[in-house]
Design a protein around this ligand. Structure first.
Ligand code: BTN
Length: 250
């Protein structure tokens, strides 16, 4: 996969623009970066705040040669690559919260949105990555749950250096995913970088359903294993938040 980057001052959403270009024949590796998004989208139909110059708003087109059940691992590839890029370019250490939030010091610094699309040359995936470069990237009332590269590194965020590192890391991890045993290797790398992967007491909400349990690792298709009072459940969608263990009165 050889990334080719198109730059825009303003777009409704870089994911939407990549999907539009894919529909008219764009090749794998086509990437779009915008200075601002006027209708940035997040997971679970949420909006993604995207003010001018405050974030890196990036999407790339992938046409994976993979069994469809492995496609959820593409967001893991994006999380691993973004973690590398933030460390290499800005010296920011990150943790990954299932499925694909990057956290720094327990606050969200990056979100990832992968969307499968039909194109004239077959099924494809748009992987969108939003990195908070400054605290202006997110609404002020999220200051306790969100953070930014400037906040974590204590210096200016070099958008171009982060982007260059991200493109290289994406190509590396994506190539690994498509090797024999690639899914196992990606799942293992993801787990080794996530303090949420095992033995964490969490709440998982998906629509009206809420589950509680301990995380017990991930499957090779990216599903989260959750040990609940009813046994192990495989989670494929939802929001995970940490829960403090109940205090024992001893
Ligand atoms: C999330 O955590 O909810 C995912 C957020 C993904 C945001 C990025 S910004 C670039 C790309 N374009 C979009 O509209 N969304 C993604």
């Amino acid at each position: 996969m050889k990334p080719r980057v198109l730059r825009y001052e303003s777009l409704p959403s870089t994911n939407t623009e990549v999907a539009r270009l894919a529909a008219v024949g764009a090749e794998e590796g086509l990437a779009v970066v915008a200075d601002e998004q006027t209708a940035g989208r997040g997971r679970l139909q949420r909006a993604w705040s995207s003010p001018k110059g405050a974030g890196l708003y990036f999407s790339i087109l992938l046409r994976p040669r993979l069994e469809p059940e492995r496609w959820p691992l593409l967001t893991f590839v994006a999380a691993l690559a973004t973690g590398d890029a933030l460390f290499e370019a800005s010296n920011v250490q990150t943790d990954i919260k299932w499925p694909n939030d990057l956290l720094a010091n327990e606050r969200k610094i990056c979100g990832i949105l992968a969307e499968a699309i039909e194109t004239p040359t077959g099924r494809a995936v748009v992987v969108g990555i939003g990195i908070n470069l400054t605290n202006d990237a997110f609404p002020a009332d999220l200051i306790n749950v969100a953070t930014s590269v400037v906040n974590e590194s204590g210096r200016a965020a070099e958008r171009e250096a982060i982007l260059a590192a991200l493109l290289q890391a994406l190509a590396r991890w994506y190539a690994l995913l498509q090797e024999p045993d690639g899914a196992v290797k990606i799942a293992a790398a993801w787990s080794s970088r996530s303090s949420w992967a095992t033995d964490k007491l969490v709440q998982v909400t998906n629509g009206a359903e809420t589950l509680h349990g301990y995380t017990r690792g991930i499957e090779n298709d990216g599903a989260l294993r959750l040990e609940t009072a009813q046994g192990i459940q495989l989670i494929r969608a939802g929001d995970v938040t940490s829960v403090r263990p109940a205090r024992m009165n001893v």
